[in-house]
Design a protein around this ligand. Structure first.
Ligand code: SF4
Length: 270
C-alpha cells in the first residue's frame, strides 16, 4: 500500500502558478446539449464511483452507465451484492461530454476537479471512492502526488486510506478498458480489485492522530526514553551524508506513536 494520503505530504506546487481553472478555461460545456450532468445514484452504501467522461448515450437522462461498460459494471457490482444505482453515486472526471466521446485532456480534468469533483466529494463524504481509469486517477491524485503519478496499471488494486477525505480510495481499471482487452485474465484482475475495494464498505478507516512534537535544545529528556521500539530521522547539509564535509543539522526521535523529540544536533559530543 502506498500509505496514508495526506495533503501536506503530497500536494504539488501547481497552486503557485496562480492559474485559474474553471468552466471558462475548460470550455467543454460550450458545445454539448446536456452540460454539467448531475451526480447519479442514491448513494445508499456511501460508495462514490468516478469515471472518465459522460458518453453521448448517457447525456439524455444523466445516467453515466449506459451501454456495454455500464452493464459490465452493474452486473459485476451486483455479483458482490452492490446495486450501482441504489448503493453508489456516480460522477465523472469531467462533467460535460467531450466531442466525439474522446477522453478528456489534462486541462479539462483539472478544471472539472476544481469546479465539480472535489466539491461533490466534500458534499457527500463517501466512505469508498472507486477511481475508474486514468482520468479519474489523475483527477483525484494528479495534484496531490508529487512524484510521477503513472497510470492506472500502477495504482490498480490498492485500497488506500485517505486521511484528508476520510475515505478508502480504490483505483481500478475502467470497464471500457476491460472490454477492449477482451482477455479473461484482465477481467479476473478487475473483478478481484472490485471485490477487495467493496470489502472496505464495512471497514472503518484507521484514525490518524497528529503526534505531539517537542522541540528541545536541552537533550536530557532523551535519557528518559525507555528501551523499546523507537524511530529516528535526521537532516543533513547534503544528499550524501556519509561525506566528511557534511554535517547532521537536526534529528528527531519518536519514542512512541504519538510523541516525538526534535532537536538541533549539538556541535560537540556531550
Ligand atoms: S467539464 Fe466540468 S469544468 Fe468543464 S465545462 Fe463542464 S462542468 Fe465546467
Amino acid at each position: 500500500m502506498p500509505g496514508f494520503f495526506k495533503k501536506a505530504e503530497f500536494q504539488d506546487d501547481s497552486f503557485k502558478t496562480q492559474r485559474s481553472y474553471s468552466c471558462f478555461s475548460c470550455g467543454l460545456c460550450d458545445d454539448v446539449t446536456a452540460p454539467k450532468i448531475k451526480p447519479y445514484g442514491k448513494f445508499g452504501k456511501f460508495i462514490l464511483i468516478i469515471g472518465d467522461a459522460p458518453l453521448e448515450s448517457s447525456k439524455a437522462k444523466g445516467n453515466p452507465w449506459k451501454g456495454q461498460s455500464g452493464r459490465l459494471l452493474k452486473n459485476t457490482l451486483n455479483s458482490f451484492g452492490i446495486d450501482l444505482y441504489e448503493d453508489c453515486l456516480s460522477i465523472n472526471a469531467v462533467n460535460c461530454r467531450p466531442p466525439n466521446d474522446r477522453l478528456p485532456d489534462n486541462n479539462e480534468v483539472i478544471c472539472c476537479r476544481n469546479v465539480h469533483v472535489f466539491k461533490t466529494i466534500e458534499k457527500y463524504n463517501p466512505h469508498v471512492i472507486l477511481l475508474l481509469g486514468n482520468s479519474a486517477l489523475f483527477s483525484f491524485l494528479g495534484h496531490r502526488w508529487k512524484r510521477k503519478l503513472g497510470g492506472i496499471d500502477k495504482w490498480r488494486g490498492w485500497n488506500i486510506p485517505d486521511v484528508d477525505y476520510k475515505a478508502w480510495v480504490c483505483p481500478i481499471f475502467h470497464p471500457s478498458f476491460v472490454i477492449s482487452q477482451d482477455r479473461k485474465e484482465v477481467l479476473v484482475i478487475w473483478k478481484n480489485d472490485i471485490d477487495k475495494a467493496l470489502k472496505k464498505v464495512k471497514e472503518k478507516l484507521a484514525r490518524y492522530k497528529e503526534p505531539t512534537i517537542n522541540y528541545i535544545t536541552d537533550l536530557s529528556p532523551l535519557n528518559d526514553i525507555k528501551i523499546g521500539m523507537s524511530a529516528f530521522d535526521y537532516e543533513t547539509t547534503g544528499l550524501k551524508p556519509h561525506l566528511q564535509i557534511q554535517k547532521i543539522v537536526c534529528a528527531s526521535i519518536a519514542y512512541d506513536e504519538n510523541h516525538v523529540y526534535v532537536f538541533p544536533m549539538p556541535n560537540k559530543k556531550k
